[in-house]
Design a protein. Structure first.
Length: 342
């Protein structure tokens, strides 16, 4: 293996084989606000996303590439839906495999992956079905309590809406693997942020529309990442995901206060991705070059060269200078495994 063989390096890490250096993967958004929802209506948004991915890769040279789904946050059945009553949840119906939200999305991902996948493994960001509703409230409407209110007030209709959304997410998943050239999904889940939703209720209301997508992806290719999202310092019970099998696990270690080593043990020794706090004002955002370097070194010393991928808890600040990420990447190249024998 040569130092530039990024695909082999990541495959070794995800399979818990010893590596000569720790692979590195960070990402951030290239599109913000309302534009994240209107890629179909405004092709210029997708063009900016396309160019943003390529520019980022050329500068940072990561060992994996996460393709962001921005531009396609606006799943059609949840747009122009008031979500004020149970009947609004019941209005959601699948759009089917020929809808542009699916076909154009696959084309967009293929356009990006065609430029990158010969060098690096490519992952596509997919939100679990019910999370498609949450991102509309959180990122477009800025109504941060509405998702929980719907889940608590209309649990059965909420579950059924998720099952119908899942039909389209399953179609999208199959088409992405068949036509876009991706290597795996970066599959985003999050607890319902409500004390009412204990593990039993989560398993009854959310899991039926969530787990089948991950299972379908695993059947196609066993290289997928489960992201347990701690966005905005939301905390999750890992017990809700005990049966969610993935090749790599990524979570908000600093918010959850569950270290990479602890999470690795919890998920039966699977590979883990993370290490850096992604929030503004932390080392990755405002630390010196030497602080970035030493934090990377410490994380390598703590987690070793087997089943560890350097990254962050979640997307890093989108306005960060990408040269800072390159410094962390360079540290991963600097602090190589002295005991590696090939």
């Amino acid at each position: 293996m040569t130092q530039t063989d990024k695909r082999t390096l990541l495959e070794m890490a995800m399979n818990n084989r010893e590596t000569y250096r720790v692979p590195c993967g960070f990402w951030h958004h290239f599109i913000l606000g309302r534009d994240q929802f209107i890629g179909l209506e405004n092709p210029e948004v997708l063009e900016r996303a396309y160019q943003g991915h390529l520019d980022y890769y050329r500068l940072v040279q990561p060992d994996m590439m996460k393709i962001m789904s921005e531009g396609f946050f606006g799943y059609p059945p949840i747009m122009n839906n008031a979500f004020e009553s149970e009947s609004d949840l019941k209005r959601i119906r699948p759009i089917g495999e020929k809808h542009p939200w699916i076909t154009r999305q696959v084309e967009h991902v293929r356009r990006i992956s065609d430029k990158l996948r010969d060098e690096v493994m490519c992952y596509y960001n997919i939100f679990s079905p019910l999370q498609m509703i949450r991102i509309r409230f959180d990122f477009l409407d800025l109504q941060f309590d509405k998702f929980v209110t719907l889940a608590e007030r209309y649990p059965d209709a909420f579950r059924d809406a998720g099952l119908r959304i899942m039909e389209d997410i399953l179609i999208l998943t199959e088409k992405l693997f068949a036509e876009s050239g991706i290597d795996g999904l970066y599959y985003c889940v999050q607890n319902i942020q409500s004390p009412v939703f204990d593990d039993e209720r989560y398993a009854r209301i959310v899991t039926p529309a969530e787990l089948p997508v991950l299972e379908a992806a695993n059947q196609i290719r066993d290289a997928n990442i489960l992201h347990i999202c701690g966005y905005a310092h939301h905390e999750n019970r890992f017990s809700a995901y005990r049966n969610y099998r993935a090749k790599i696990y990524n979570w908000a270690a600093h918010t959850e206060k569950i270290s990479l080593a602890q999470g690795k043990a919890y998920f039966n020794g699977a590979a883990v991705l993370g290490g850096f706090d992604n929030n503004p004002g932390t080392v990755i955002d405002s630390g010196s070059a030497e602080e970035l370097r030493q934090t990377a070194r410490r994380l390598i010393e703590e987690n070793g060269y087997r089943g560890f991928i350097m990254g962050a808890d979640c997307s890093i600040p989108n306005d960060i200078d990408d040269r800072r990420v390159r410094m962390i990447r360079d540290a991963c190249h600097e602090f190589t495994n002295p005991n590696f024998s090939g």
